[in-house]
Each structure stands twice: as structure tokens, then as C-alpha cells.
Design a protein around this ligand. Structure first.
Ligand code: MOS
Length: 698
């Protein structure tokens, strides 16, 4: 095995096919589609933390210039119930959280709509909101299952009794704050009704779900709804399912009988598009003096909303990471007056692996075993909870090669003893993992007499390079130059496929593209190799997905971080990070590298900056913009070096990919925290690692 980003086998490299369109402004995003007589809708959000809406001054608002309609639950059209509070907008007087949509102003210009929306008089019956997650909260309960279909609890042996009997024990509680998705392009939609048909240009990770939801909500035949998602400026999970904005656009467009645009502001994103739940996690590791784990116990406490449950799978990764005969994992929830938490890049793995990998570092300290060696010693042969075979598991290779690349060998484990000028210097590491998912997709592939190939699939390119990845899968399968292939994505008129989420886009769509291209080659052969008119095939991968064997499918990785902490201010910098991954076949080295660096950047941001602050007095969050909710900027990021193993996995699925969108963020925060400990001797168990937490160092 070799670690390289240069030229591994089966890896192509290609610039984004739509890159030129994007940098020249030709690529159109959801809000930018022209429509005649377009109107603009602006959401009005609850200014109370919990309660009910009593009334809205509709007449006063309608008297303002340009106002076409004012909708609230008292006059809004009824929508079918799809069991999703997030899209059931203006259907009930209940205010479940501060920032919820309670009314909508539609006007001829965006400025008029915004002006009237921000001055609209709304009256409420309000009560004091309860928005702070605490371990002793009275509403604590056990959910039936958690996101991703994982079981709530797992129990093997007797983790607590075994822990009590272990000579080395780590028992620590870690907390993570709410974190917010902030894609570069905030959510936006343009809705156009015409001839009984609905066309929606939407900033979404998956147009098919938007189409299904809109067709049910508004009682319109699926075939009469078209959702276009040509270009999307990121999502991180927040655009994984339809949300309030797109429903409001469609509702308003029907109401005023004109096309309507809705663009959420950066401020709206804090309340209306989901966020990562805060967590309180207790991890107990029981081991022998040589670091071999005998007991793993990981309990996560999270929050959900009063109106709907979302249970993040925070301890799911712990079930696959390390061997130990006795194990217990559990998720518990508290219902609060908050927006429903939701997906944010590697939901579950991200907070969970911060806790587990911090605890592993504490175990390394307690046993004196090197952190890399500790993980190698506890690497399981089979999935430690299901007993299933791994399709491939190359964590050890990632640890070894990553350590080499970083220069880990000979590290002095003593914390707080290296100093360069004002900086205390340390290094830390952590493992990464992410499950490999795939869903069925359909695809059409055609070839024309001029030798041009055409691939059509409703994949969504949210900026990751999905179009280009599909191009390379197609060109590779067809054995032609990529310049001969055209790929069409981002439109529900194209063959149906799943969302860009769960790091499964390239796998799910790629399986369908590869199959379509193989069948197209067959069809051309059957025609004697002569293409005198278009030859086209259509496939889906339902059978391939259904036939997948019971294997444990995961990507793995190892991350290494150098941290510097200012001796006087406690400021933390991370000038150098190395990530080494084993994620199956890497389709496009160029965009894969970006995904992994992006994930690690987001993990660094989580470690040092990101913190949604619940507003205990008024509900919602106290921070509502990027000046008070800090994300890592260019100046915060040093050298991030990523590599991967040329991992050939013929069992994981039909194209050997494992997905790379999320694994980069998993483990990063722990690697940073572990490096901060090594630099300072201060163990921060509460993210983010702000300078008040590193304490007096001088
Ligand atoms: Mo990702 S949080 O699965 O879009």
C-alpha cells in the first residue's frame, strides 16, 4: 500500500466541469432564475420563545406599498400532513421555538417584503421557554431509535461491572455545543406555477425529496412537479430535506398567482434549517495496563424539539471502532423549546468521535502507551458489535502512514514542556470513521452517431464535484476520454436518484452510472458496433442494492495535529494538520482532496470556534450571524495535508467507493483537543476550546 494523492490506480483527476460557468457567473443558483412578474416573500419569525400566535395585523400590512399578501395560520391554505413539523409552515398557532416562521409577507419587491415583514405586528400568548440541555432534565427519555436507523442502545456483556474490575480506568464527560450549518449559499427557492404544473428552482441536496414533499403537501400529482437543482452552494445536511423556505415560496406563488422567490438570510439559517444538537457524553474505558480495552461504555445525552423528534446517532461510531469484550452504548434525549436539530456534516460520528477519541487520548496518558500504538492494539478483526466481516478496514494503515507523514515518531508524551517563544507546542491525533451507505438510483446513458455520450441522472452537485465524479465514472467505464461525455444532473425530469448526503452520492449515483455505461457498451456491441442513430439504455440499481451482503462497511482515517497555545492569552493555533484516509476507490483526486481538507477545516472550526449559545431568557440562540458565531477563516487554517491509501475494496459495492464528504470532519476536534492537552497539560472536555478554558498557563 502506498499513501499518495498523486496517482493511485483507479483514481482520475479532473477539474470541475462546471468550474468555468461558476467563476464567470453563468452557473445559475436557485434564486437567480428569471421569471415574469416575479414577487418576493419574506418570512416573519417568532419573537417569543414558546407559546401561541394570537393575531397578525394583516390589514395594516396590506396597506403598505407593494404588499400582495400576508399569510399566517389564520388565513394560510391548509397543507396535507406529512408528519414533518419543519415543512408544516403556518398550519398551527403553536410557537415551538423562537425564530419559527409565524407569518409571510409577499410583495412586489424584496425590499418591500422585508420592510413590512420586519415591522409586522404579531401578538402572542407566550410562556417562558426552556432551551438549555442539562443532564438532570425532567423530560429526559429514551428514543425508540436514532437517526440512520441505528438502535438506541447496545449492550454486550456487562460494561459497568467489567469497568469496575479494570486496573486502568478513564471516566470522563465531554460536552459539545449546538453547531450551525452555514453553506456559502443560504437556502433559496424560486417557485413558478403554470398550466397546473409547478416548477421549483431550489437550493437542495436532493430534488426528488423536494418533489415528493411538495406534491403531497399541495395535493398535486408528482409528475406535475419539477424541481431543478442545477447548482447548489453547499448544504452540509441542512438542505438534505425540504424545509420551510421552499414550502413558503410555493404557497405564496399559488396565493398571489405569480412566480415567487424566497431567500433566507444568514440570520434565518440559525433557526430554520436545522443545527447539530448539543451533547453531554460520558465515556468510560476500562483497560489493562498495556492499554488493551476490556470495557467501553459511551452514553450520549442530546436535545430534541417538543414538536418533533430528532435523535442524533452520537455513539454509533463507538460500536465499530475498537475491540472490547464488554460494551454498552446509549442515546437519551431531552425535549426542549428549540428548533428540531438535524443533520450537520457527519451527524453522530462528529460529536461522538470527539468524545471517544478524547477518552482514548486520556487512556494513552493513563497507560503510558503511545496514542497511535494504543489504537493499533485495540483494532478489531471483525465488527466488534455485530461480528460481521469488514468489507475492508485499513485504520491501522492510516495510523501508521499518517504518523510517518506527520513525523510522529519519537514524540515525547510529557505534556506542557515544549515552548517556542510565547507558544506552548504539542501534537495530538485521533481516528476517523464514517459508514459507507448506498441507495438505489436510476440512470440513462446514450451514445450518438457523432460519438458523443450522454449521461442523465438526477444527482445533485452541491459544490462537491459530483458532476465531474460521474463524468469520470462514465468515461472510465466506457473507456473513452472525458471530453466525449456529457453529464446532466440536478433536475427531477432526469432519472430518479437519491440525495447528496450521508457521503453516499458518488457511490449511489456512480453504481447506476457504471451499470448504465456497461449496458450501453453491450447495446452497441449488439448493434454490431455501429451507431447510426442514438442508442440509449436506462437502468436502476435496486437489485444491486438489495443483493448487498451483510458486511460492515466503513471508511477509516487518522488525523494528526500540531497545536500552539499562547502562554499568556491561551489562544490556540493549529499550524499543521495531516489526515490519512482509507475510503475505497477515490474517483477524482482533485475534488476528493478538497472534500477532505474541507472536512478537516470544519473540524478545526468545531474544535476552536463554533458555538451556538442558547438564549435562556428569550429562547432561540443569542448569536445570529457570523460575527458572533465564529467559523474558521483562512487566517485560522495552517497547512492541511491530506492523503489516502489506494484501498481496493471489491466487496463494499459494485464500484469500490466508500464516500469522502464527511469523514474529514470526524475526529478532527479530538485531535486538536489532544494536541492542546499535549501542549499545555490542560484537558479541555468542553468544546469549543476557547482561550478562557485553557486557563492560566504561564
Ligand atoms: Mo450530510 S449531514 O449527510 O448532508
Amino acid at each position: 500500500m502506498t499513501a499518495t494523492t498523486d496517482a493511485p490506480t483507479r483514481t482520475g483527476t479532473h477539474p470541475r466541469v462546471e468550474g468555468l460557468d461558476k467563476v464567470t457567473g453563468r452557473a445559475r443558483y436557485a434564486y437567480e432564475y428569471a421569471a415574469d412578474e416575479v414577487a418576493y416573500a419574506w418570512p416573519v419569525t417568532a419573537s417569543v420563545g414558546a407559546g401561541e400566535v394570537r393575531g397578525v395585523d394583516v390589514d395594516g400590512a396590506l396597506a403598505q406599498p407593494g404588499v400582495l399578501a400576508v399569510l399566517w395560520h389564520g388565513n394560510a391554505p391548509s397543507l396535507a400532513d406529512v408528519g414533518d413539523s419543519k415543512v408544516a409552515v403556518l398550519q398551527s398557532p403553536v410557537v415551538a421555538f423562537r425564530g419559527q416562521v409565524v407569518a409571510l409577507v409577499v410583495a412586489s419587491t424584496s425590499e418591500q417584503a422585508r420592510e413590512v415583514a420586519t415591522t409586522l405586528t404579531v401578538t402572542y400568548d407566550s410562556r417562558e421557554p426552556d432551551v438549555v440541555l442539562r443532564a438532570d432534565h425532567p423530560t429526559l427519555y429514551r428514543p425508540e431509535s436514532v437517526n440512520g436507523g441505528y438502535s438506541t442502545d447496545s449492550v454486550i456483556g456487562d460494561a459497568v461491572a467489567e469497568f469496575d474490575a479494570c486496573p486502568v480506568q478513564v471516566d470522563a464527560t465531554y460536552t459539545t455545543p449546538p453547531e450551525h450549518n452555514h453553506p456559502m449559499e443560504p437556502h433559496a427557492s424560486t417557485a413558478v406555477w403554470g398550466d397546473g404544473r409547478l416548477t421549483v428552482y431550489d437550493s437542495s441536496q436532493g430534488g426528488n425529496a423536494v418533489r415528493s414533499t411538495l406534491s403531497t403537501l399541495f395535493g398535486i400529482d408528482r409528475e406535475l412537479v419539477r424541481v431543478v437543482t442545477s447548482h447548489v452552494g453547499g448544504g452540509f445536511g441542512s438542505k438534505g430535506m425540504p424545509r420551510a423556505g421552499v414550502v413558503l415560496a410555493v404557497m405564496a406563488a399559488r396565493q398571489v398567482d405569480r412566480p415567487v422567490k424566497v431567500a433566507l438570510t444568514r440570520q434565518h439559517l440559525f433557526d430554520l434549517v436545522g443545527y447539530r444538537t448539543p451533547t453531554i457524553q460520558r465515556v468510560r474505558l476500562g483497560a489493562d495496563p498495556d492499554g488493551r480495552l476490556r470495557s467501553i461504555d459511551h452514553q450520549a445525552l442530546e436535545q430534541t424539539a417538543t414538536v418533533e423528534e430528532f435523535a442524533e446517532q452520537s455513539v454509533a461510531a463507538t460500536r465499530v471502532m475498537y475491540a472490547a469484550a464488554h460494551r454498552r452504548t446509549a442515546h437519551r434525549l431531552v425535549r426542549l423549546d428549540v428548533a428540531v436539530p438535524s443533520w450537520m456534516r457527519a451527524p453522530g460520528e462528529t460529536p461522538g468521535m470527539y468524545a471517544l477519541e478524547s477518552a482514548m487520548d486520556e487512556l494513552a496518558v493513563a497507560t503510558g502507551v503511545d496514542p497511535v500504538e494504543l489504537r493499533i492494539r485495540n483494532d478489531p478483526d471483525v465488527d466488534p458489535e455485530t461480528g460481521a466481516r469488514f468489507s475492508s478496514r485499513n485504520l491501522v494503515a492510516c495510523l501508521t502512514l499518517g504518523a510517518q507523514r506527520f513525523g510522529w515518531a519519537g514524540r515525547d508524551p510529557e505534556p506542557g514542556v515544549r515552548r517556542e517563544g510565547r507558544w506552548l507546542v504539542g501534537t495530538g491525533m485521533a481516528s476517523s470513521t464514517y459508514p459507507t451507505y448506498a441507495t438505489a438510483a436510476s440512470c440513462r446513458a446514450g451514445v450518438d452517431p457523432d460519438g458523443g455520450y450522454d449521461i442523465a441522472i438526477n444527482a445533485t452537485d452541491i459544490g462537491t464535484g459530483a458532476r465531474t465524479a460521474m463524468l469520470l465514472v462514465a468515461a472510465d467505464t466506457l473507456g473513452v476520454d472525458p471530453s466525449q461525455v456529457r453529464v446532466r444532473v440536478g433536475d427531477t425530469d432526469l432519472p430518479q436518484a437519491g440525495l447528496a448526503g450521508g457521503s453516499m452520492g458518488t457511490t449511489s449515483w456512480g453504481m447506476a452510472v457504471e451499470k448504465a455505461c456497461r449496458e450501453l457498451l453491450e447495446a452497441v456491441r449488439a448493434a454490431g458496433g455501429v451507431v447510426d442513430e442514438r442508442i440509449e439504455v436506462a437502468v436502476d440499481t435496486k437489485a444491486e442494492i438489495a443483493a448487498q451482503a451483510e458486511l460492515s462497511r466503513h471508511a477509516f482515517g487518522a488525523q494528526f495535529v500540531e497545536a500552539r497555545v499562547d502562554i499568556d492569552t491561551g489562544e490556540v493555533r493549529a499550524p499543521r494538520m495531516v489526515g490519512m484516509f482509507a475510503a475505497g476507490r477515490i474517483v477524482n483526486a482533485r475534488t476528493a482532496r478538497s472534500q477532505l481538507i474541507g472536512g478537516m477545516t470544519m473540524g478545526l472550526s468545531m474544535a476552536l470556534h463554533e458555538e451556538g449559545v442558547p438564549d435562556a431568557a428569550f429562547g432561540g440562540f443569542t448569536n445570529h450571524d457570523l460575527s458572533t458565531y465564529h467559523v474558521a477563516t483562512v487566517a485560522d487554517v495552517g497547512d492541511i495535508d491530506v492523503g489516502w491509501i489506494d484501498e481496493v475494496d471489491d466487496d463494499v459495492n459494485t464500484i469500490g467507493t466508500k464516500g469522502i464528504g464527511e469523514i474529514g470532519i470526524v475526529g478532527t476536534a479530538a485531535a486538536v483537543a489532544n494536541a492542546v492537552y499535549h501542549a499545555t497539560g490542560v484537558r479541555v472536555r468542553d468544546l469549543p476550546i476557547t482561550l478562557d478554558k485553557t486557563g492560566q498557563l504561564a
